[in-house]
Each structure stands twice: as structure tokens, then as C-alpha cells.
Design a protein around this ligand. Structure first.
Ligand code: FAD
Length: 288
């Protein structure tokens, strides 16, 4: 099924993200994670893509497992460090496997990267154009409530986002954020700029103290005082931190929904023991 269909009519959706293993001999473990998570019946499940595309087959394999579990898969695809030929090959492989949804991403710029030639892509919108040439996919894009780190300011970032949507992104998934006000403000600005596609809120449950440092560094997200206090109080105790992280994420989702945000994507970090209690905490809300 196409994700545009799932997102139709502004119904409540909660989807999950998983990542493939780095080595093929761990693929069965990741498939087991998918099988466990699918029991919570997410609206769809996405699977990330390794930056250089060297393990693209891993992403397809996990997307197929998601499909076999009866859940709609969304395959991520990056383009910056892949040739046009490689991108075409992966998109054709997804099509042959009956995968209808692609999150089209640029990928991060590796250190001392030099753009080689015209066979390469510079921005995600170019990848969107390429995918549209190849087949009939539902294509999504990424967005940044707290501004992409390479952008000068939010106005410029949103203008480029609008162009990405005009090129064919039918929905947007946000970078993680911990302060709902940042997302709600961003969503309003997108609407004002004429971006009318669904914007799915990306929620990262923080369940251990080391994870937060890395997540903030990678995502550029601001962290509310309330969250720091939770970290200070429970950060040294793994079990307490996990429970507090699950409750914080659940509360964040409920507050977003109370503000009219109906589409949530959970960065599960491949932990069914985290996604499952969040879904349980939302059960009556989701089933309305
Ligand atoms: P773009 O939309 O191309 O934007 C990148 C920068 O270029 C922005 O600053 C933008 O404002 C600017 N820009 C865009 N268009 C133009 C233009 N026409 N002219 C000038 N500047 C422009 N990475 C992975 O490697 N694998 C993954 O699976 C993965 N999944 C992700 C999922 C989500 C939901 C998110 C939010 C990010 C994910 N990433 C992943 C990280 C992503 O690849 C990086 O954040 C990357 O730096 C930007 O990708 P993008 O698709 O947003 O790029």
C-alpha cells in the first residue's frame, strides 16, 4: 500500500523506524526485531539506508521482512555518495520486490567530500526527480523543525523544503525533537509557506544517558529542562531511565496529538521493549 493512502483523511497513524544490521550474519536478528515490533501493528515501518549504499541489499531484505509481516514498508534511500547508476539499480530492485514507498534522502556529507561529476546527486530533490523517472512510487522527504545544520536560517530551509515537495515528496518525516513547541511552530510556518503535505513528527524515545548526548549532537535538537532533570535523576540507572524515557516519549506524543498532530513516527532504535509499552500507553487513543 502507498503511504499517501495511509495518511489520507488525517487519521491517527503511529509508524516505526528500524535500521538494518552492519553485517549480514546479523540479518536474522533484525528480522526477529521486525517480527516482534509488527505485533504492535504500526501504520507502516521504515528501514534506514547506509550512507554509501554498500549495504543497500540489507535495507531491501528488511523491507521485505516488514512486508511479510503484513505491514507496509518504507525504504530509505540516500544519494549523495552513490552514482546515478547505483541509485537506479536500487530503485529497480525495490520495484521488483514490490516496495512502493521510498524516503528520498540526500545523506550527510562525509568529511573532505568532493562532488565528482554529473553522475552524482547533490540534493534530495534530484533523487526525487530520478525516482519518479523510474517508477510509480510514493515518495517522502525529510524535514528539520530546528533547521538543517547546513541552512543559513529557517526561512531558507523551508523554501527549499517547499521546492522538494513541489518536486514530488508526498509526505515529510521530521528529524527528532524533544520540545513539541519547536515542531508546532515549524508546522505552522510550513503551512504558511504553502507546504500542504502531511508532516510526520519524529519521536526518539531516549532510554539511556549515553544515547541522549549522541542524539543531540547528530540532530541539533534542543532539550527542555524537564528532560535534563529526568536525565540527572535517572541517568545512572538503566531500568529507571528506560521507564522514564518511554513515559516522556508517550507524553510527548499525547501532547502532539492534543495539538492536532495525527502522524507520529517512532525512532525505535530496534528496541521492541521500548516501542511496545509506548503503543500500549496510546492504545485507546490510536484505536479511536
Ligand atoms: P536535502 O533536502 O537535500 O537538504 C540538505 C541541505 O541542502 C539542507 O540544508 C537544505 O536546506 C539544502 N538544500 C536543499 N535543496 C537545496 C537547493 N535546491 N539549493 C541549495 N540548498 C538546498 N541518512 C542516512 O544516511 N540514511 C538514512 O536512512 C537516513 N534517514 C533519515 C530519516 C529522516 C526522517 C531524517 C530527518 C534524516 C535521515 N537521514 C538519513 C539523514 C539525512 O541524510 C541528513 O540529514 C542529510 O544531511 C540531509 O538529507 P535531506 O534529504 O534532508 O537533504
Amino acid at each position: 500500500m502507498k503511504i499517501s493512502e495511509i495518511l489520507k483523511n488525517n487519521q491517527v497513524t503511529v509508524s516505526f523506524e528500524v535500521f538494518p544490521p552492519k553485517q549480514w550474519d546479523k540479518i536474522e536478528q533484525t528480522k526477529e526485531v521486525v517480527r516482534k515490533m509488527s505485533k504492535a501493528e504500526p501504520s507502516f515501518m521504515s528501514v534506514t539506508y547506509g550512507a554509501a549504499g554498500t549495504r543497500s541489499g540489507f535495507t531491501t531484505e528488511i523491507a521485505n521482512e516488514i512486508k511479510d509481516c503484513g505491514i507496509t514498508p518504507l525504504s530509505h534511500l540516500t544519494c549523495l555518495t552513490s552514482t546515478k547508476h547505483k541509485v537506479d539499480e536500487v530503485v529497480n530492485e525495490l520495484s521488483e520486490n514490490g516496495i512502493e514507498n521510498i524516503l528520498a534522502l540526500r545523506g550527510d556529507i562525509p568529511e573532505s567530500f568532493v562532488f565528482p561529476d554529473k553522475q552524482y546527486f547533490r540534493y534530495a530533490y534530484e533523487l526525487i526527480n530520478e525516482i519518479k523517472e523510474i517508477g510509480d512510487f510514493c515518495i517522502g522527504g525529510a524535514c528539520y523543525p530546528e533547521v538543517h545544520p547546513e541552512s543559513k536560517n529557517q526561512k531558507e530551509d523551508i523554501e527549499r523544503l517547499k521546492f522538494k515537495v513541489e518536486c514530488g515528496a508526498e509526505f515529510l518525516t521530521s528529524q527528532m525533537f524533544f520540545d513539541n513547541e519547536k515542531f508546532l511552530d515549524f508546522r505552522e510556518k510550513c503551512l504558511a509557506a504553502g507546504i500542504n503535505v502531511p508532516i510526520i513528527a519524529g519521536i526518539m524515545p531516549i532510554t539511556n544517558a549515553n544515547q541522549i548526548k549522541r542524539s543531540i549532537e547528530l540532530s541539533n535538537s534542543s532539550v527542555p529542562k524537564k528532560f535534563f532533570r529526568i536525565m540527572e535523576r535517572f541517568g545512572d540507572d538503566a531500568k529507571s531511565m528506560k521507564q522514564a524515557g518511554v513515559v516522556y516519549a508517550t507524553e510527548q506524543i499525547i501532547d502532539l496529538m492534543a495539538n492536532g498532530v495525527n502522524n507520529i513516527h517512532i525512532y525505535t532504535m530496534n528496541k521492541p521493549e521500548v516501542s511496545e509499552p509506548i503503543m500500549r500507553g496510546l492504545s485507546d487513543i490510536i484505536n479511536k
